[in-house]
Design a protein around this ligand. Structure first.
Ligand SMILES: Cc1ncc(COP(=O)(O)O)c(C=O)c1O
Length: 383
């Protein structure tokens, strides 16, 4: 029997019915008044969720397109950028800038921990001509969130460098007031904490970022921000055909988030995040991330000795209809990851915690499934 699946991945996530319904609206002309109105509302509401007055663009691409857009619009070949690397997405961010010719100075971060402002400050002192610092706020591969992000922004701006943040897996799921924290370029994607299907990337661009963009002739057509700005300013359009149905979906999701209230929407992720850590800890499981770096939106759990992540994932999917992720690369079989993103209600928490407890028990782990579930139930009583 095939079960309806609960998608507890670190993206894509479960999508609310009203967002799916919005996607089914009849097609409109992407060069006509209905799209202009839709586009304008999406930009206005997305800025509220980003907490920014900066320019914001919605790109028809997955999150990597947003990263590629940042890598291709601001720096000239040979210019220096600092990139902390503590996991797969830090590596990809560094690679994207390398691809466009930047001189990437990687800052090694132990997997499971996160970069600190002091660490970045030291490197900035040495690399005085660094033009930018790019940070993955939530490293999805290790379940870590950079708790020093605001302070990293401060040291970056003090050094006169541009502050670029890959917030793809976390914007909407944890604190990120873009303007208050001095983020010049912030990137996110539709399929994570915004509870929308995959296919759109969002990028905000500050005045300082435009100054750099104006010198650097974009080396991309599809992701040229100058082009995006021109089309938006002149016609409230996008240069190329946008994924109109996904714009309908994102529009609905943003309205839903703002109706809920941004603080409350983020607060749900925090509350459920704490419940997962408490529940799995009580069950007798350990976490991959160090305590001060743990992510609320990606819970990375070490596999108990002798049980492969694949057997747990298969069992969760086939027996309980709960879909979770394994690890990347070397961590493939030694951790499993739960996405706590977008649709965060008691149903997701209780179902996932109990299914993990049951599946591990069936696989021979002698943990405390009941104790874990009780802890989760108590912690989400007002979710
Ligand atoms: C932190 C981070 N950066 C970049 C990406 C790449 O995004 P996409 O797979 O949407 O291209 C992801 C995807 O999971 C991510 O979590």
């Amino acid at each position: 029997m095939s079960l309806p699946q609960l998608i507890m991945l670190p993206g894509p996530t479960n999508v609310p019915a009203r967002v799916y319904a919005a996607m089914c609206k009849p097609m409109i002309n992407h060069r006509g008044p209905e799209f202009h109105e839709l586009h304008s509302r999406v930009l206005e509401n997305a800025k509220k969720v980003f907490q920014t007055e900066n320019d914001l663009f919605v790109l028809t691409s997955s999150g990597t397109g947003g990263v590629e857009c940042a890598a291709s619009n601001f720096l000239l070949p040979g210019e220096k950028i600092l990139v902390p690397v503590g996991g797969t997405f830090g590596e990809r961010l560094a690679d994207a800038f390398r691809t466009y010719g930047a001189d990437v100075i990687p800052i090694e971060v132990k997997m499971g921990s996160t970069p600190t402002a002091n660490q970045i400050k030291e490197v900035l002192k040495r690399e005085r001509d660094a033009k930018a610092v790019a940070v993955v706020y939530n490293e999805t591969s290790t379940g870590t969130t950079v708790r020093d992000l605001r302070q990293i922004g401060e040291v970056t701006k003090e050094a006169g460098a541009l502050f670029i943040v890959d917030a793809i897996s976390v914007l909407g799921g944890d604190d990120l007031p873009v303007d208050k924290w001095g983020v010049d370029v912030c990137i996110t994607a539709s399929q994570k904490c915004l509870a929308t299907p995959p296919g759109l990337a969002l990028i905000s661009v500050s005045r300082d970022a435009w100054k750099l963009a104006e010198r650097a002739k974009p080396r991309t057509e599809y992701f040229s921000l100058t082009k995006c700005k021109k089309f938006r300013d002149e016609k409230m359009e996008t240069p190329f055909t946008p994924a109109v149905s996904l714009f309908f979906a994102l529009d609905e999701a943003l309205q839903m988030i703002l109706e809920t209230g941004l603080e409350r929407w983020i607060g749900r992720h925090k509350k459920a995040g704490s419940a997962y850590y408490e529940a799995f800890g009580r069950m007798g499981l350990n976490f991959f991330a160090e305590e001060g770096s743990r992510s609320n939106v990606v819970i990375a759990i070490n596999m108990p000795t002798g049980i492969a992540a694949k057997s747990l994932r298969d069992r969760l999917r086939t027996r309980y209809g709960v879909v979770v992720a394994g690890g990347f690369g070397a961590l493939k079989d030694s951790i499993f990851r739960i996405g706590n993103m977008g649709v965060v209600t008691p149903r997701e928490v209780v179902t996932t915690v109990s299914a993990v407890g049951a599946a591990l028990d069936e696989l021979g782990f002698r943990g405390h499934a009941g104790e874990g579930l009780n802890a989760a139930i108590r912690l989400i009583s007002d979710l």
